[in-house]
Design a binder for this molecule. Structure first.
Ligand code: BG6
Ligand code: MG
Length: 231
């Protein structure tokens, strides 16, 4: 039995749905490079860092680029992306996200953001919830991508809560694995058929509540399973 003292939230796909903006920007880049990027391809980029996403896209397009060229392409994509997210409004918060984070805080549970994005500050500010996180750990503060647990472990450390007392909310398989690799429990946001390893799966934070959170306290912590090893 553990006591849940902190909730760590992924951003994209959990708090907001920015995947559509990432897709538009990556698709524009692929178009300029002369190939198509499908929505199905985009699914594989969820939770993947900017440079790793670019590497995958170039691989799919059969295009080789130097490191300097890749830096330029990533910067070009990011400028388009930043232009889109700078117009985001609180209306783009996913249903129940703000309310659940608030209910955690009212119950004395600490809250952190744990995201691969280097743009999380802009997004949180635009949707008006930057004040709801005690700690923000994002792509500017980590070097190892999920399923490495670095982002969540840094969050727990900054909150001064031991990993076993933290619960992570994630929409990506690699994020669920990152939580487990860090010795934390993981709530999957999405479909149970996809997020098979999560300790609990809900379709969105509008379906989450403190009772369901407390039920997780009786589940054993699963630390670093072999089949979720860091790649
Ligand atoms: C993740 C997204 O949260 O952040 C990925 O799911 C994205 O699609 C990654 O590539 C990095 O985001 P950014 O904003 O730093 O380019
Ligand atoms: Mg995500």
């Amino acid at each position: 039995m553990t006591t849940i003292q902190a909730c760590i939230f992924d951003l994209d796909g959990v708090i907001v749905d920015t995947a559509v903006y990432h897709y538009r920007a990556w698709k524009r880049l692929a178009d300029e490079l002369g190939f198509d990027l499908t929505e199905e391809d985009n699914e594989k980029l969820k939770g993947v860092s900017r440079m790793a996403s670019l590497d995958l896209i170039l691989q799919w397009g059969g295009i080789a680029k130097t490191d300097a060229e890749k830096e330029e392409l990533a910067a070009r994509k990011n400028a388009w992306y930043v232009d889109m997210i700078s117009k985001m409004t609180p209306g783009e918060l996913l249903p129940g996200a703000k309310e659940f984070v608030e209910s955690c805080r009212q119950a004395g549970i600490k809250t952190a953001l744990g995201s691969a994005s280097k743009n999380s500050g802009t997004i949180l500010e635009k949707v008006g919830i930057d004040h709801l996180f005690d700690v923000v750990i994002d792509g500017n503060k980590v070097s190892k991508p999920k399923p490495d647990p670095e982002v969540f472990l840094k969050g727990a450390e900054a909150l001064h809560i031991v990993p076993g007392n933290c619960v992570v909310f994630e929409d990506a398989i690699a994020g669920i694995a990152a939580a487990h690799n860090g010795g934390m429990k993981a709530v999957g946001i999405g479909s149970p058929e996809v997020l098979t390893r999560a300790d609990l799966v809900v379709s969105g934070l509008d379906k989450m509540n403190l009772d369901k959170l407390r039920e997780l306290e009786t589940k054993p912590v699963i630390a670093g399973r072999n089949d979720e090893a860091i790649s």
